[in-house]
Design a protein around this ligand. Structure first.
Ligand SMILES: [Zn+2]
Length: 235
């Protein structure tokens, strides 16, 4: 589930089990884990989280800033972004895997294989990001197929300075790094590029179309401005 703490949506894993006290943990990927005694009322849990808001926000900020030590080294425990959250890398030996397999689990990015050289880790992650971006772009294009123009072609590729683009022939292109951002930000970018097929500019009409289709448009633009560095680290 997700909870809203000081205007930030934070994903939270809720575990109810036989125990005496309520415990709130901040995971290495900047998400919350709440361990609660069985049967504890939801209001009580939420109140405890509210009381600890400052502590939670500070801890998460600390984790997020730790994720910027310049260029990534693709080592274990290093944080990388997946759908908006910082997630730690962990490696599992699987000699039968010729290629590194990447899995995003609640504890972070789990890579399994036999050779964890940084170039291999980097390309395995890039492949994972590309695949996820392609999948989600396709999903959102389909979602808006009746309310926005349909693209002639969709491409996910390396774009140094742009999130996406659209050409006169109705071909839309997206940066493969978009799966580092939350899904609602990726959704906004899909709406943005598809709207260009109808309005090939950034006019008032264009923005009216984008806003009508994507109510979180301004929030998403703001997110992209603030979080740009997270994407650039990977270059
Ligand atoms: Zn545009």
């Amino acid at each position: 589930m997700e909870i809203l703490i000081k205007d930030q949506k934070i994903s939270c894993e809720y575990i109810s089990r036989k125990r005496k006290t309520l415990e709130i943990q901040i995971q290495p990927d900047g998400t919350l884990r709440v361990l609660a005694p069985k049967g504890l009322k939801k209001e009580k849990v939420l109140k405890t989280i509210r009381d600890k808001e400052d502590w939670i926000v500070n801890k998460i900020q600390e984790i997020n800033s730790r994720a910027v030590p310049g260029k990534p080294e693709f080592k274990e425990q290093e944080l990388h972004y997946g759908f908006g959250n910082a997630r730690a890398l962990s490696f599992i030996s699987a000699p039968e895997n010729k290629k590194l397999a990447v899995d995003l689990k609640s504890e972070g990015f789990v890579l399994s294989g036999r050779d964890f050289h940084k170039d291999r880790v980097r390309s395995a992650l890039e492949e994972w990001y590309r695949f996820q971006t392609e999948k989600r772009v396709a999903y959102f294009v389909k979602k808006y197929r009746n309310s926005l123009p349909r693209p002639a072609k969709i491409q996910v590729k390396t774009q140094k300075k742009r999130w996406g683009s659209c050409n006169h022939k109705g071909k839309v292109m997206f940066n493969w790094k978009l799966s580092m951002a939350p899904a609602w930000v990726l959704e906004y970018l899909v709406v943005h590029e598809l709207s260009h097929i109808e309005e090939f500019n950034h006019s008032k009409n264009f923005w009216a179309l984008v806003r009508k289709t994507c109510p979180r448009c301004d929030e998403a633009r703001d997110w992209l401005k603030k979080n740009q560095w997270k994407f650039q680290r990977f270059d």
